[in-house]
Write a protein that binds this ligand. Sequence first.
Ligand code: DP6
Length: 311
Amino acid sequence: TDTIEPVFAPSNIALCKYWGKREAELNLPVNSSLSISLAHLGSKTAISVAEEDQVWLNGIRLLAEDKFSRKVIAFIDLFRRADEHCVKVETANNIPTAAGLASSASGFAALMLAVDRFYGLDLDLKVLSAFARMGSGSASRSLYEGFVEWQMGVREDGMDSFALPLDSRWADLRIGLVKVSTGEKAVDSRSGMNRTVDTAHLYQSWPLQAAADLQRLHQAITDQNFTLLGETAEQNALSMHATMIASWPPLLYWQPDSVAAMQSIWQARAEGIELYFTMDAGPNIKLLFTADAEAAVKQRFPDLEIVAPFG
Ligand code: DP6
């Protein structure tokens, strides 16, 4: 076919973070990570035959030299034979781009699904996940709904470094997106994690923290123990940020409003509301709570976008 129907991949938020690469070309991680996909929030991508290669993002054609555009075409080139036609890649995100809401994750997962259809590859989900990882590490987790674990793997070619879904559901789990800033971020995740690995002595403790947190999250999910889930995710995110702050030059993604949100969350907990948070490489806060706390949470965060990952 000359064109494919747009394919969708959800964004995801890690409860145990991917932070640090053991191999930078293939995006092979230092640690395994565990995330939850954001249901209807994500990216839609279509590929069609064109006169010249072009990448469109949210209805706007990007310049050929644009960083994202080049990454997309380089990704296509992993699968395209030299004699094959030029392509038009159209991506639409319904989440703010580059604001720490992981649009690169859903973007490369949707692109991988689109490539699979367009070139008729019919690859296994595990293989799609491993290839999506090469576009952006966290994209390996966006091939699935619900809870997802990206197993770090040990092989040098990375073919055992892919994500798999966990078969547990959690119907009343909620994620709240607190938008502190929707602007482009100063330092992207790739440079941020490389800087941390290269300059922060504190980073040495990260793999141990991540391994312990992964165990605890599995326990929390199996037992549907929300307190354990929330505490583990929040401590994991803050530990990751601690390694960034200990880098040189220091890397602090927090803005005053991020800290204000944290204090409001801790105050809510002191008042008996089961509310926790996680944060990625940006100033935005992602709240974790259950359906019964929704009214109390909305009162504190009126502009909240709430996602029910399991419908
Ligand atoms: C903090 O997947 O964006 O969101 O592999 O370099 O593209 P690259 O990095 P990316 O990093 C995501 C980092 C994080 C944590 C996470 O999502 O696990």
